[in-house]
Design a protein around this ligand. Structure first.
Ligand SMILES: [Zn+2]
Length: 417
């Protein structure tokens, strides 16, 4: 059941109206009154402030209704730009989006762990991390000719756990030198823009919700697969964050009793069996398969997984069996996620779905239609992200914009002290 926001022109009402214009625009003030239950003067006041602030604009179109023609409102796509940087062990992806979630710029550079991948001795230290992120942000925004004032902020997103209050990662896999680093403070001081740090799965969830113009009436979930497996759920238009913004760790639900020891300290976690790293490890153990696919022991897991996934799509039976097994396990995770939250929409995002996303989508659809607890009440829409590889970076930009134009949903942007 939809939660009713308290009446009045407070921040909750502003966030609600921005979210309705985002998901349902073009929309008229009269429709906003109907959709929110807020009074007409309240809507008028908030909309006027949003127009004055450049967040919302009138389209210029009016809809004749027999009475007074209605002016339509949309989000002003050029109101501000958000920057998201996705941190992977061997690559940093930077994406700039406009306020409606459209990508206006993108860059990919070797990540802080790439030295190790390339055979170098010591990945960059903490100062190196801040400098590398700051330089990437500057290269991309300056390349687009964006004024600093038009950039609403920067989000750095990566594998959890995260400390969103402090603005840092706790133990990013492959990047031990980043653990405990106050990234948001250091970057806000260096770049003089607001900065936030969040998990890749949380970011991807908000990004998909925002850019797909999903209605806040839907119970929306996102399964995110990169080196690990995470998820996010949006309820009433806001990401469910839990006590510390670390909700949704479906990859650390045990699927095998007394199974393999996971980085999290638990045994038998889903991601130890279904994530790309696990699938590649199994492929390397199959006689002759790695040689046939030309996967060497030195190739990064993410790259090797894409090769394997392509072979699976093109009919290599051994590769297909491995990907199918991963999809079957992930489908169990999807059923658990849908059953816990009674989801009606589930999107698959993350680099793990770039090549073989269709295999995962089909298997998850099949399993949900047969096993979801609510299968006789309603169906679950399962879709693949339109840009699975960049979903977390795009989501980072969406988190910044959501925090800027409709505050109150997520971690506060940390500004220069
Ligand atoms: Zn685990």
């Amino acid at each position: 059941m939809a939660r009713r926001e308290s009446a009045g022109a407070g921040p909750g009402s502003r966030a609600l109206i921005v979210d309705l214009i985002r998901s349902s625009g073009p929309i008229s003030r009269v429709e906003l009154v109907k959709a929110t239950g807020l009074t007409q003067p309240t809507i008028s006041t908030i909309v006027r402030r949003l127009i004055d602030g450049g967040v919302v604009r009138e389209t210029g179109d009016t809809v004749a209704t027999g009475g007074k023609p209605r002016t339509m409102l949309i989000i002003n796509s050029r109101a501000a730009y958000g920057v998201g940087i996705h941190v992977g062990a061997d690559a940093l992806t930077c994406v700039v989006t406009d306020t409606r979630g459209g990508t206006v710029g993108r860059a990919l550079v070797a990540g802080p762990g790439a030295d190790a991948v390339l055979g170098g001795a010591e990945p960059g230290g903490t100062k190196g991390a801040v400098e590398q992120l700051a330089a990437l942000h500057q290269d991309v925004t300056e390349g687009l000719g964006l004024e600093r004032q038009s950039v609403a902020g920067l989000a750095v997103v990566g594998p959890g756990p995260v400390d969103v209050v402090r603005g840092g990662f706790l133990a990013p896999p492959g990047l031990p030198q980043w653990a405990g680093l106050d990234l948001a403070d250091a970057l806000a001081a260096r770049l003089d823009i607001p900065v936030l740090v969040d998990s890749d799965a949380a970011a991807a969830t908000v990004g998909e919700f925002w850019s797909r113009q999903v209605s806040r009436n839907r119970t929306f979930g996102c399964l995110y697969m990169n080196s690990g497996i995470g998820s996010g759920v949006v309820l009433d238009g806001a990401l469910h964050r839990g006590a510390s913004s670390n909700a949704g760790k479906i990859g650390h639900v045990a699927v095998i009793r007394d199974g393999e020891l996971c980085l999290c300290g638990n045994r038998g976690c889903l991601e130890m069996y279904a994530a790309p790293r696990a699938v590649v490890r199994r492929a390397r153990a199959v006689q002759g398969l790695a040689d046939r696919l030309r996967i060497s022991a030195d190739d990064p897991d993410a790259w090797a997984f894409d090769v394997l996934a392509r072979a699976a799509l093109y009919g290599d039976e051994q590769a297909r069996a491995l990907v199918d097994e991963s999809a079957a396990l992930l489908a169990e995770g999807a059923v658990a996620l849908v059953n816990l939250w009674d989801l009606d929409t589930l999107v698959l995002a993350g680099p793990g779905f770039v090549v073989a996303g269709s295999i995962y989508v089909s298997e998850i659809r099949r399993r949900l239609s047969e096993h979801a607890y609510t299968r006789d009440v309603h169906g679950v829409r399962v879709e693949l992200s339109s840009n699975p590889r960049d979903a977390a970076a795009i989501g980072g930009a969406a988190l910044v914009l959501q925090g800027s134009v409709a505050p109150g949903h997520g971690p506060e942007l940390i500004a220069r002290a």
